[in-house]
Design a protein. Structure first.
Length: 764
């Protein structure tokens, strides 16, 4: 549970979809108030709004509004979905009311909801007991597409279950929010409106014929006869849609009725849409608030919520929301259209001051749970539930067979994004979505990965591989500092190095890439260039302390020794580093924790892969056994319990310390690649088909066989998204993630190619 104002939430960016001020309607007021309340309570959460315009010119929205939908243009709803998807929005909060969205009974909103990739929490402002077929269809679809639905009354909860068949565990009951105002004597603000010394009756809201104001005016003669100082304030502009189609006909009819009843001197019309500050002053000045609505099928009312929470004596007709809110003597109900009953209750409250004040206090205390800071916290809890539930959701539509059952069925090789991220200097480090981010410059780490991918491409006969490899190798050559014998890692876009030497892991990865060139490339020029740097940089790896740097270097040394197995010094370095890794494993291994360190962090599978290579080729049985045992333990740890379950890498948001809690997110593509590489090595070492299956399981994580059933690989670009968050993929397609996918894909292709050649030889 989050404390008030806490930002422990993963929800850093929330979008509110619904009408927004200064548009004049109740949904606009609610959406604005909710958005502002969340923003105020959770300062590190960015709140944006997407309102619906009912006219061509739109409104003078505040800066929080980022995208405007056109009510009747269904394409604008799809564009809004694209906008939210590409802007890393963590959750969408929809305010649903049939009348504010285009299409039959608001059906255009479904086009937006169907394309959103983030969790959706929908507040339902209308829930009908007897919907027509279109209303039933649309609301059921909205509820089905939402991760959670919020209702503002207990009756709404019942209707959702009984009429719309929404599961109860999906419903959150959160009261209508209200401003936090003090409990004050009505006389305090009466002088602002020139009604000091009078009893003030108040109704407010956008004026339309279903408000029942005529019932109150018809009751006034009986009230005024006993209390001549009563005034009835009717606050609010005519509803814009009513004004557009009918003009001020209804307001004029009320004025004529007041004249006919002889009470025109006791009725005050304020024909404007007031600010919240003004509204609070009007409410504070009222002795009795009257909500005489004519439609019983009203599931919520912002005006009633506001006045009840302000501690007003309330008289209302018995529409659904009023029945619930005014129960337990928090207000008084009178029959619809019954002006005599209404007059009787007004007179009763005016004559019984003690009863009126007791009612006010009950109402005010009840409203404390409805003030916006409390409601904001309840909404954030609902948002968090939606995020967590989305994380664990398994889509019933995910029925794709594993690649193990579809041998050879791998995605086609697409290098568009690799080229897109490569310039004349080398591989750029990061992307904003699919666009290279020049601000982040370059890294030796990524150019080493790109060099390995290029060599694998060469092995598969790609004609452009050498041109790519030459560019990445040139970067690594330039990164090598001949004075320190270490590689620099970070370079800005102006080609200035930002450090003199790289971290240990970057040094190890550069050796891995250079060894891959030396062991696999058929270009003599590439071999010569790589050999010079490899020879100078190799000794420095012995001064490093990172087990992953040792593992990366060991894999590179193995690649090098594939072709130059007589190099005594490389063999000695391999023996030293392999001994260090084995000693670590033997020191930390227990029956429950079969690992090299006290924690699992990143590229974990590279450690057992290095042990396997050393165990097989040095040879050393203890190393081979350690490699297989640790890889089997890591494999079991990183997938669901079922045999056909999916790969779940250790999350980077905390990793996994021995005895601690394992981080499930954020899941990184390099973990899947490292597991593919290690499992393929285990298969080559043992011939056990289990390891081919595990390699494929890890690879399928890229394709959507993961916790969210969402693909990380983007077949339209050939790139890979940067990671899996609890509720969505990271939409940026940077170098590391794209190269991790390509390396895993190419290694699987090479493995299958080798397997097919072996089968052909056996059959011949």
């Amino acid at each position: 549970m989050m404390e008030n104002g806490s930002t422990d939430s993963m929800l850093k960016r929330i979008a509110f979809i619904g009408n927004y001020l200064p548009r004049q309607c109740g949904i606009a007021t609610f959406t604005t108030d909710l958005c502002e309340a969340i923003a105020a309570e959770y300062s590190e959460t960015t709140c944006i709004a997407l309102p619906v315009n009912d006219n061509e010119s739109g409104y003078a929205y505040p800066a929080r509004v980022r995208f405007e939908l056109k009510e009747k243009d269904i394409d604008s709803y799809r564009r809004a979905a694209d906008f939210l998807n590409i802007n890393n929005v963590d959750l969408a909060c929809l305010q649903f009311e049939y009348g504010i969205f285009g299409g039959r009974t608001g059906s255009h909103i479904l086009a937006l909801l169907r394309e959103l990739r983030m969790p959706i929490v929908t507040t339902l402002h209308t829930i009908l007991r007897d919907p027509d077929p279109d209303q039933l269809r649309v609301l059921k679809a909205v509820a089905a597409l939402s991760d959670r639905v919020v209702v503002m009354s207990a009756r709404g909860v019942d209707f959702l279950q009984e009429v719309y068949h929404v599961p109860p565990e999906k419903i959150d009951f959160i009261p209508h929010g209200i401003p936090d105002v003090p409990f004050v004597d009505p006389s305090f603000h009466k002088d602002l409106f020139g009604v000091e010394g009078k009893f003030v009756l108040l109704s407010f809201g956008l004026l339309s014929a279903n408000k029942g104001i005529e019932t109150v005016i018809a009751a006034l003669p009986a009230i005024v006869a006993r209390y001549p100082h009563v005034v009835y304030i009717i606050l609010g502009a005519t509803h814009p849609h009513v004004l557009q189609h009918e003009g001020e006909t209804y307001r004029l009819s009320l004025q004529w009725l007041a004249q006919e009843q002889g009470v025109e001197g006791h009725v005050i019309f304020y024909n404007r849409f007031v600010s919240l500050e003004e509204l609070v002053q009007f409410i504070s000045a009222a002795d009795i608030y009257i909500t005489p609505y004519l439609n019983p099928a009203q599931i919520t009312s912002g005006t009633l919520a506001y006045t009840l929470g302000a501690g007003k004596a309330v008289i209302s007709t018995p529409y659904w929301y009023a029945q619930e809110m005014l129960a337990e003597e928090r207000g008084v109900l009178v029959p619809f259209f019954d002006s005599a009953a209404l007059a009787g209750q007004v007179l009763n409250l005016l004559e019984n001051e003690a009863q009126r004040h007791a009612m006010r206090k009950r109402a005010y205390l009840f409203g404390r749970a409805m003030i916006w800071p409390q409601v904001a916290q309840r909404y954030m809890e609902s948002f968090e539930r939606a995020r967590v539930e989305r994380r664990h959701l398994t889509s019933p539509g995910f029925t794709a067979k594993s690649l193990d059952k579809r041998l050879g069925d791998l995605p086609p090789l697409k290098l568009d994004h690799l080229y897109h991220m490569t310039d004349t200097t080398g591989m750029l480090q990061h992307a904003i979505f699919t666009v290279p981010n020049y601000c982040e410059g370059y890294a030796t780490d990524d150019n080493a990965r790109a060099l390995m991918v290029s060599v694998l491409l060469e092995a598969l006969g790609n004609k452009e591989a050498l041109a790519l490899a030459s560019r990445y190798l040139a970067f690594i050559w330039y990164a090598f500092n001949s004075e320190t014998k270490r590689f620099r890692n970070f370079m800005n876009y102006q080609r200035d190095w930002l450090e003199d030497s790289s971290p240990d892991d970057s040094h190890g990865r550069a050796l891995w890439a250079l060894g891959t060139v030396l062991g696999r490339s058929n270009s003599l020029a590439m071999q010569s260039m790589a050999g010079r740097v490899f020879e100078q940089a190799l000794p420095a790896i012995l001064d490093t302390t990172s087990p992953r740097a040792w593992a990366f270097a060991l894999i590179g040394i193995h690649e090098y020794l594939r072709r130059f197995d007589g190099d005594r010094r490389a063999g000695q370095v391999r023996e030293e580093l392999a001994g260090r890794l084995l000693a670590l494993y033997q020191r930390h291994r227990t029956d429950e924790w079969r690992w090299y360190e006290i924690g699992l962090t990143y590229c974990n599978a590279a450690l057992p892969q290095a042990m396997l290579l050393c165990g097989q080729w040095m040879p050393n049985n203890a190393m081979k056994e350690a490699g297989l045992e640790s890889l089997a333990w890591l494999t079991d740890l990183q997938h669901t319990d079922a045999d056909e379950g999916h790969f779940i890498p250790i999350g980077s948001n905390g990793f996994y310390q021995q005895g601690g809690e394992r981080a499930q997110f954020d899941q990184q593509p390099v973990e899947a690649q490292a597991m593919v590489s290690a499992c393929l090595e285990a298969y080559r070492s043992t011939g056990n088909i289990r390891w081919r299956k595990e390699a494929r399981r890890a690879f399928e994580w890229f394709l959507g066989r993961n916790d969210l059933n969402l693909p990380l690989y983007d077949p339209s670009t050939g790139g890979c998204r940067d990671g899996l968050h609890p509720d969505r993929p990271n939409e940026n397609q940077g170098a590391e993630s794209t190269l991790a996918f390509l390396q895993a894909l190419l290694e699987l292709r090479l493995s299958e190619h080798t397997l097919l050649l072996s089968e052909e030889e056996q059959s011949s």
